[in-house]
Design a protein around this ligand. Sequence first.
Ligand code: HEM
Length: 316
Amino acid sequence: MKFPGHTFIVATDYETCAEFCDEKRFPKTIFALREMRHAMHDGLFTAIDGETEPNWGIAHRVLVPAFGPASLRNMYEGMYDMTSQLAMKWARFGKNSPITVADDMTRLTLDVIALCSMDFRFNSYYRTGTHPFVEAMSEFLVESGDRFRRLPVPAWFYRKADRKFFGNVDVMRNTASEILQERKNETSEQLSKRKDLLSAMLNGVDPKTGQKMTEESILDNLITFLIAGHETTAGTLSFAMYHIMKNPEIYRKVREEVDRVCGQETIRFEHLSKLPYINAVSCTAPKDHLFLVDDIEDSQRNPASDTTTPGIQCCA
Ligand code: HEM
Protein backbone atom coordinates (compact mmCIF):
# COMPACT_ATOMS: atom_id res chain seq x y z
CA MET A 1 0.00 0.00 0.00
CA LYS A 2 1.47 3.36 -1.01
CA PHE A 3 0.62 6.62 0.76
CA PRO A 4 2.38 9.97 0.31
CA GLY A 5 5.68 9.50 2.14
CA HIS A 6 5.00 5.94 3.33
CA THR A 7 4.84 2.47 1.83
CA PHE A 8 3.24 -0.30 3.87
CA ILE A 9 3.65 -4.01 3.26
CA VAL A 10 0.73 -5.91 4.76
CA ALA A 11 1.40 -9.51 5.76
CA THR A 12 -1.59 -11.69 6.56
CA ASP A 13 -0.27 -15.24 6.30
CA TYR A 14 1.25 -17.13 9.22
CA GLU A 15 4.74 -17.69 7.73
CA THR A 16 5.36 -14.06 6.69
CA CYS A 17 3.99 -12.74 10.00
CA ALA A 18 6.34 -15.12 11.83
CA GLU A 19 9.26 -13.77 9.78
CA PHE A 20 8.30 -10.14 10.53
CA CYS A 21 8.27 -11.02 14.24
CA ASP A 22 12.07 -11.40 14.19
CA GLU A 23 12.79 -8.36 16.35
CA LYS A 24 16.41 -8.07 15.19
CA ARG A 25 15.47 -7.66 11.51
CA PHE A 26 12.12 -5.96 12.08
CA PRO A 27 12.10 -3.98 15.33
CA LYS A 28 8.81 -2.57 16.57
CA THR A 29 7.83 0.91 15.44
CA ILE A 30 5.52 3.22 17.32
CA PHE A 31 4.28 4.88 14.13
CA ALA A 32 0.55 4.87 15.00
CA LEU A 33 1.12 4.89 18.77
CA ARG A 34 3.05 8.16 18.81
CA GLU A 35 0.09 10.27 19.98
CA MET A 36 -0.43 7.96 22.96
CA ARG A 37 2.97 9.00 24.27
CA HIS A 38 1.30 12.20 25.56
CA ALA A 39 -0.10 10.05 28.38
CA MET A 40 2.34 7.13 28.58
CA HIS A 41 5.68 8.61 27.37
CA ASP A 42 8.33 5.86 27.21
CA GLY A 43 6.13 3.27 28.95
CA LEU A 44 6.48 -0.35 27.79
CA PHE A 45 3.95 -0.10 24.98
CA THR A 46 4.91 3.29 23.55
CA ALA A 47 8.71 3.41 24.04
CA ILE A 48 10.63 3.95 20.81
CA ASP A 49 13.13 1.20 21.64
CA GLY A 50 15.32 0.02 24.51
CA GLU A 51 18.42 1.73 23.08
CA THR A 52 16.97 5.21 22.72
CA GLU A 53 14.81 5.00 25.83
CA PRO A 54 16.48 2.96 28.62
CA ASN A 55 13.32 3.09 30.79
CA TRP A 56 11.84 0.43 28.50
CA GLY A 57 14.63 -2.05 29.35
CA ILE A 58 14.52 -1.27 33.07
CA ALA A 59 10.73 -1.66 33.27
CA HIS A 60 10.87 -4.78 31.11
CA ARG A 61 13.46 -6.55 33.27
CA VAL A 62 11.81 -5.43 36.54
CA LEU A 63 8.40 -6.63 35.38
CA VAL A 64 9.17 -9.94 33.65
CA PRO A 65 9.01 -11.93 36.94
CA ALA A 66 5.79 -10.12 37.89
CA PHE A 67 4.04 -11.74 34.91
CA GLY A 68 5.31 -15.25 35.75
CA PRO A 69 3.12 -18.15 36.94
CA ALA A 70 3.76 -17.45 40.66
CA SER A 71 2.55 -13.87 40.28
CA LEU A 72 -0.46 -14.94 38.23
CA ARG A 73 -1.45 -17.16 41.14
CA ASN A 74 -1.48 -14.04 43.36
CA MET A 75 -3.73 -12.27 40.86
CA TYR A 76 -6.22 -15.12 40.66
CA GLU A 77 -8.30 -13.94 43.62
CA GLY A 78 -8.91 -10.57 41.94
CA MET A 79 -9.80 -12.26 38.64
CA TYR A 80 -12.22 -14.59 40.43
CA ASP A 81 -13.80 -11.68 42.33
CA MET A 82 -14.55 -9.68 39.18
CA THR A 83 -15.66 -12.67 37.10
CA SER A 84 -18.08 -13.64 39.87
CA GLN A 85 -19.56 -10.14 39.76
CA LEU A 86 -20.15 -10.55 36.02
CA ALA A 87 -21.65 -14.04 36.38
CA MET A 88 -23.92 -12.75 39.17
CA LYS A 89 -25.08 -9.82 37.04
CA TRP A 90 -25.97 -12.05 34.07
CA ALA A 91 -27.70 -14.57 36.34
CA ARG A 92 -29.74 -11.88 38.11
CA PHE A 93 -30.93 -10.27 34.85
CA GLY A 94 -32.16 -13.67 33.77
CA LYS A 95 -32.57 -15.35 30.43
CA ASN A 96 -35.02 -12.83 28.95
CA SER A 97 -32.77 -9.78 29.25
CA PRO A 98 -30.47 -9.11 26.32
CA ILE A 99 -26.79 -9.00 27.25
CA THR A 100 -24.30 -6.63 25.62
CA VAL A 101 -21.38 -9.01 25.86
CA ALA A 102 -18.64 -6.69 24.53
CA ASP A 103 -19.54 -3.91 27.04
CA ASP A 104 -19.58 -6.31 29.97
CA MET A 105 -16.29 -7.88 28.90
CA THR A 106 -14.73 -4.40 28.75
CA ARG A 107 -15.95 -3.74 32.31
CA LEU A 108 -14.54 -7.11 33.34
CA THR A 109 -11.07 -6.68 31.85
CA LEU A 110 -10.62 -3.09 33.03
CA ASP A 111 -11.70 -3.97 36.55
CA VAL A 112 -9.50 -7.09 36.66
CA ILE A 113 -6.41 -5.23 35.46
CA ALA A 114 -6.95 -2.32 37.88
CA LEU A 115 -7.55 -4.68 40.78
CA CYS A 116 -4.68 -7.06 40.00
CA SER A 117 -2.09 -4.51 38.98
CA MET A 118 -2.72 -1.74 41.53
CA ASP A 119 -5.48 -2.89 43.91
CA PHE A 120 -7.84 -0.22 42.59
CA ARG A 121 -11.56 -0.77 42.01
CA PHE A 122 -13.38 0.95 39.14
CA ASN A 123 -16.53 -0.83 40.37
CA SER A 124 -17.87 -0.85 36.83
CA TYR A 125 -20.72 -3.29 37.63
CA TYR A 126 -22.09 -0.95 40.32
CA ARG A 127 -22.34 2.15 38.14
CA THR A 128 -24.70 3.22 35.40
CA GLY A 129 -21.99 5.30 33.73
CA THR A 130 -18.24 4.74 33.77
CA HIS A 131 -15.48 5.81 36.17
CA PRO A 132 -13.97 9.21 35.14
CA PHE A 133 -10.65 7.47 34.35
CA VAL A 134 -12.38 5.04 31.99
CA GLU A 135 -14.27 7.84 30.24
CA ALA A 136 -11.06 9.87 29.87
CA MET A 137 -9.20 6.82 28.57
CA SER A 138 -11.87 5.98 25.96
CA GLU A 139 -11.92 9.55 24.62
CA PHE A 140 -8.12 9.71 24.71
CA LEU A 141 -7.81 6.52 22.61
CA VAL A 142 -10.27 7.76 19.97
CA GLU A 143 -8.61 11.18 19.76
CA SER A 144 -5.10 9.64 19.60
CA GLY A 145 -6.20 7.88 16.39
CA ASP A 146 -7.82 11.07 15.05
CA ARG A 147 -4.73 13.16 15.80
CA PHE A 148 -2.59 10.65 13.89
CA ARG A 149 -4.83 11.12 10.83
CA ARG A 150 -5.08 14.90 11.05
CA LEU A 151 -4.92 17.02 7.93
CA PRO A 152 -2.07 19.56 7.73
CA VAL A 153 -4.20 22.58 8.68
CA PRO A 154 -3.35 25.33 11.25
CA ALA A 155 -3.25 24.07 14.86
CA TRP A 156 -5.96 26.51 16.05
CA PHE A 157 -8.42 24.56 13.90
CA TYR A 158 -8.10 21.70 16.41
CA ARG A 159 -7.85 23.75 19.61
CA LYS A 160 -11.12 22.47 21.11
CA ALA A 161 -10.18 18.85 20.48
CA ASP A 162 -6.69 19.52 21.85
CA ARG A 163 -8.10 21.02 25.08
CA LYS A 164 -10.24 17.94 25.61
CA PHE A 165 -7.37 15.59 24.72
CA PHE A 166 -4.93 17.10 27.21
CA GLY A 167 -7.70 17.38 29.84
CA ASN A 168 -8.20 13.62 29.49
CA VAL A 169 -4.45 13.04 29.79
CA ASP A 170 -4.55 15.01 33.08
CA VAL A 171 -7.48 12.93 34.42
CA MET A 172 -5.63 9.68 33.72
CA ARG A 173 -2.29 10.81 35.12
CA ASN A 174 -3.87 12.40 38.21
CA THR A 175 -5.81 9.20 38.97
CA ALA A 176 -2.66 7.08 38.56
CA SER A 177 -0.71 9.54 40.69
CA GLU A 178 -3.30 9.38 43.51
CA ILE A 179 -3.10 5.57 43.48
CA LEU A 180 0.69 5.75 43.66
CA GLN A 181 0.65 8.29 46.52
CA GLU A 182 -1.84 6.22 48.51
CA ARG A 183 0.43 3.21 48.15
CA LYS A 184 3.47 5.17 49.23
CA ASN A 185 1.63 6.33 52.36
CA GLU A 186 1.01 2.76 53.54
CA THR A 187 2.84 1.35 56.56
CA SER A 188 5.72 -1.05 55.98
CA GLU A 189 3.54 -3.87 57.33
CA GLN A 190 0.81 -3.11 54.75
CA LEU A 191 3.40 -2.81 51.99
CA SER A 192 5.02 -6.15 52.86
CA LYS A 193 1.71 -7.92 52.12
CA ARG A 194 1.33 -6.39 48.66
CA LYS A 195 2.04 -8.66 45.70
CA ASP A 196 0.65 -6.75 42.74
CA LEU A 197 2.35 -5.14 39.73
CA LEU A 198 2.53 -1.76 41.49
CA SER A 199 4.53 -3.21 44.38
CA ALA A 200 6.76 -5.05 41.85
CA MET A 201 7.46 -1.71 40.18
CA LEU A 202 8.09 0.12 43.48
CA ASN A 203 10.41 -2.51 44.94
CA GLY A 204 11.98 -4.16 41.88
CA VAL A 205 15.62 -3.61 40.97
CA ASP A 206 16.79 -4.04 37.39
CA PRO A 207 19.31 -6.92 37.43
CA LYS A 208 21.27 -5.37 34.54
CA THR A 209 21.70 -1.73 35.67
CA GLY A 210 20.93 -2.03 39.39
CA GLN A 211 18.42 0.82 38.91
CA LYS A 212 14.85 1.06 40.20
CA MET A 213 11.99 2.41 38.11
CA THR A 214 11.44 6.16 38.46
CA GLU A 215 8.07 7.45 39.73
CA GLU A 216 7.38 8.87 36.28
CA SER A 217 8.02 5.48 34.67
CA ILE A 218 5.73 3.76 37.21
CA LEU A 219 2.91 6.19 36.35
CA ASP A 220 3.49 5.66 32.63
CA ASN A 221 3.22 1.91 33.05
CA LEU A 222 0.20 1.95 35.36
CA ILE A 223 -1.67 3.70 32.55
CA THR A 224 -0.03 1.40 29.98
CA PHE A 225 -1.36 -1.76 31.64
CA LEU A 226 -4.92 -0.46 31.59
CA ILE A 227 -4.74 0.68 27.98
CA ALA A 228 -2.67 -2.21 26.52
CA GLY A 229 -4.41 -4.89 28.55
CA HIS A 230 -8.13 -4.20 28.46
CA GLU A 231 -9.31 -4.02 24.84
CA THR A 232 -7.26 -7.00 23.67
CA THR A 233 -8.59 -9.25 26.41
CA ALA A 234 -12.17 -7.93 26.19
CA GLY A 235 -12.16 -8.46 22.41
CA THR A 236 -10.75 -11.97 22.73
CA LEU A 237 -13.35 -12.93 25.33
CA SER A 238 -16.23 -11.40 23.33
CA PHE A 239 -15.24 -13.17 20.10
CA ALA A 240 -14.69 -16.42 21.99
CA MET A 241 -18.18 -16.12 23.46
CA TYR A 242 -19.64 -15.37 20.01
CA HIS A 243 -18.02 -18.39 18.36
CA ILE A 244 -18.88 -20.70 21.24
CA MET A 245 -22.55 -19.67 21.12
CA LYS A 246 -22.62 -20.02 17.32
CA ASN A 247 -21.19 -23.55 17.42
CA PRO A 248 -23.22 -25.96 19.58
CA GLU A 249 -20.57 -28.69 19.30
CA ILE A 250 -17.85 -26.37 20.62
CA TYR A 251 -20.21 -25.21 23.39
CA ARG A 252 -20.81 -28.83 24.35
CA LYS A 253 -17.05 -29.55 24.53
CA VAL A 254 -16.44 -26.42 26.64
CA ARG A 255 -19.16 -27.42 29.12
CA GLU A 256 -17.95 -31.00 29.20
CA GLU A 257 -14.39 -29.86 30.03
CA VAL A 258 -15.56 -27.56 32.84
CA ASP A 259 -17.84 -30.26 34.29
CA ARG A 260 -15.10 -32.90 34.12
CA VAL A 261 -12.29 -30.75 35.59
CA CYS A 262 -14.15 -28.58 38.12
CA GLY A 263 -17.32 -30.57 38.75
CA GLN A 264 -19.34 -28.85 41.48
CA GLU A 265 -16.25 -27.26 43.03
CA THR A 266 -15.50 -23.54 42.94
CA ILE A 267 -13.02 -22.98 40.14
CA ARG A 268 -9.47 -22.61 41.50
CA PHE A 269 -6.14 -21.48 40.03
CA GLU A 270 -4.98 -25.12 39.82
CA HIS A 271 -7.88 -25.92 37.47
CA LEU A 272 -6.75 -23.44 34.82
CA SER A 273 -3.88 -25.52 33.41
CA LYS A 274 -6.22 -28.51 33.16
CA LEU A 275 -8.55 -26.83 30.67
CA PRO A 276 -6.64 -27.24 27.36
CA TYR A 277 -9.70 -26.98 25.15
CA ILE A 278 -10.76 -23.65 26.68
CA ASN A 279 -7.16 -22.41 26.73
CA ALA A 280 -7.00 -23.08 22.98
CA VAL A 281 -8.92 -19.86 22.32
CA SER A 282 -5.84 -17.86 23.32
CA CYS A 283 -3.52 -16.67 20.57
CA THR A 284 -0.66 -18.83 21.86
CA ALA A 285 -2.60 -21.99 20.99
CA PRO A 286 -1.50 -24.33 18.20
CA LYS A 287 -2.66 -23.10 14.79
CA ASP A 288 -5.25 -25.81 14.26
CA HIS A 289 -6.95 -25.05 17.59
CA LEU A 290 -7.60 -21.39 16.94
CA PHE A 291 -11.26 -20.41 17.15
CA LEU A 292 -10.60 -17.31 15.00
CA VAL A 293 -10.69 -15.12 18.09
CA ASP A 294 -7.23 -13.66 17.74
CA ASP A 295 -7.75 -10.03 18.64
CA ILE A 296 -4.52 -8.49 17.34
CA GLU A 297 -5.68 -5.95 14.81
CA ASP A 298 -2.15 -5.29 13.59
CA SER A 299 1.43 -5.08 14.74
CA GLN A 300 3.70 -2.62 12.98
CA ARG A 301 7.36 -3.29 12.24
CA ASN A 302 10.12 -1.40 10.46
CA PRO A 303 13.07 -3.12 8.76
CA ALA A 304 16.31 -2.40 10.65
CA SER A 305 18.10 -2.28 7.28
CA ASP A 306 17.20 -3.01 3.66
CA THR A 307 16.24 -6.66 3.51
CA THR A 308 14.33 -9.17 1.43
CA THR A 309 11.84 -11.71 2.64
CA PRO A 310 10.71 -14.30 0.06
CA GLY A 311 9.25 -12.21 -2.73
CA ILE A 312 9.16 -8.92 -0.82
CA GLN A 313 11.77 -6.20 -0.75
CA CYS A 314 11.68 -4.09 2.44
CA CYS A 315 13.58 -0.80 2.63
CA ALA A 316 14.58 0.80 5.93
C1 HEM B 1 -5.66 -11.40 24.64
C2 HEM B 1 -4.95 -10.50 25.27
C3 HEM B 1 -3.78 -9.75 24.67
C4 HEM B 1 -3.32 -9.68 23.40
C5 HEM B 1 -3.90 -10.36 22.15
C6 HEM B 1 -2.16 -8.80 23.40
C7 HEM B 1 -1.40 -8.49 22.28
C8 HEM B 1 -0.23 -7.76 22.30
C9 HEM B 1 0.64 -7.54 21.16
C10 HEM B 1 0.40 -8.07 19.75
C11 HEM B 1 1.67 -6.79 21.57
C12 HEM B 1 2.86 -6.33 20.72
C13 HEM B 1 2.53 -5.03 20.08
C14 HEM B 1 3.64 -4.66 19.08
O1 HEM B 1 4.81 -4.60 19.48
O2 HEM B 1 3.31 -4.44 17.93
C15 HEM B 1 1.46 -6.51 22.98
C16 HEM B 1 2.32 -5.76 23.75
C17 HEM B 1 2.07 -5.42 25.06
N1 HEM B 1 1.01 -5.84 25.83
FE1 HEM B 1 -0.43 -7.13 25.29
N2 HEM B 1 -1.94 -8.36 24.68
C18 HEM B 1 -2.90 -8.90 25.50
C19 HEM B 1 -3.05 -8.69 26.86
C20 HEM B 1 -2.28 -7.83 27.62
C21 HEM B 1 -2.46 -7.57 29.03
C22 HEM B 1 -3.55 -8.22 29.91
C23 HEM B 1 -1.52 -6.64 29.39
C24 HEM B 1 -1.24 -5.99 30.73
C25 HEM B 1 -1.86 -6.19 31.85
C26 HEM B 1 -0.74 -6.33 28.21
C27 HEM B 1 0.30 -5.46 28.17
C28 HEM B 1 1.15 -5.29 27.08
C29 HEM B 1 2.35 -4.46 27.13
C30 HEM B 1 2.88 -3.68 28.35
C31 HEM B 1 2.94 -4.54 25.85
C32 HEM B 1 4.24 -3.86 25.37
C33 HEM B 1 5.36 -4.86 25.65
C34 HEM B 1 6.73 -4.31 25.31
O3 HEM B 1 6.94 -3.86 24.17
O4 HEM B 1 7.59 -4.39 26.19
N3 HEM B 1 -1.23 -7.08 27.16
N4 HEM B 1 0.31 -7.12 23.39
